[in-house]
Ligand binder design. Sequence first.
Ligand SMILES: [Ca+2]
Ligand SMILES: [Ca+2]
Ligand SMILES: [Ca+2]
Length: 312
Amino acid sequence: MGERSVGTNRRRGKLVIRAAPEKVLVCAVALVTLASAGDGGAPARSRDQIAFVSDRRGGQQDVYVMNDDGSRLANLSNHAGSDRKPAWSPDGAKIAFHANRDGNFEIYVMNADGSGQIRLTNTAADDVAPDWSPDGTKIAFVSFRDQHGEVYVMNADGTGQTKLTNSRRGDGLPAWSPDGGKIAFISTRDDGFEIYVMNADGRAQTRLTNTVALETVPAWSPDGSKIAFVSNRDGNFEIYVMNADGSGPTRLTNTPGSEGTPAWSPDGRRIAFDSDRDGNREIYVMNPDGTNQRRVTHSPSTDQQARWRPRR
Ligand SMILES: [Ca+2]
Ligand SMILES: [Ca+2]
Ligand SMILES: [Ca+2]
């Protein structure tokens, strides 16, 4: 349904462009009015939103938000330097991200409209890759304050920073399970990039994948039964999904390009990801079985790291 309405708008746009200038203005106003009425007037909720990272503004990486059909794009973080890895609070009111505004990366948080940007960490090392706990009280992240990456957790206001892993190799990309009980993450502790899971207090660290290839970017399905991830086990990077215990890995994409960063929609019926299959990196959406893959962004810049906004 969403695709059809986009196509209709696009065709209308071409008709408008060929019309006389004064008609262009009239039609444009009419279209805007229709769009506003459609979005605001109906009792049904508006489209789900996706936060992502793009360098479309002068090569500067910022956190953007758009509707999940690519409409209503806005630059949220809009700051010099690199703003990356957006992660929504569970109520959809805030976004955590990492940025290198003071010489190295720190975790920041901002309101969903980009206002109120606050720094949560303050170390001489890189602090990156935040992920919010499902109850909203904590943020897991990765810090290199002990030279190598380890998974940490802190209160959502930045206090109480605590190290959860201590592998002394390289642990990263924490992803909180929907029930809050576990955190998936990646580690090189066994001489390869593999996906692990641990209890949210750091206990019971368990390896889920075991290949000679590279597995990374775990993402829990909303019901907690599956974990999507990225692997190059079949020659180049593709999106896979497995059961939460590591069993039943299944490939969802199959392209010569490089796929990255899967993210589930709040209803679990779609997975967003990024890919350079069309020449430069764009955000795509597909069904959880890999069908119906379609591109959402259309920009010559790099668009990546999609995260779907939770429904309130
Ligand atoms: Ca830092
Ligand atoms: Ca591929
Ligand atoms: Ca692009």
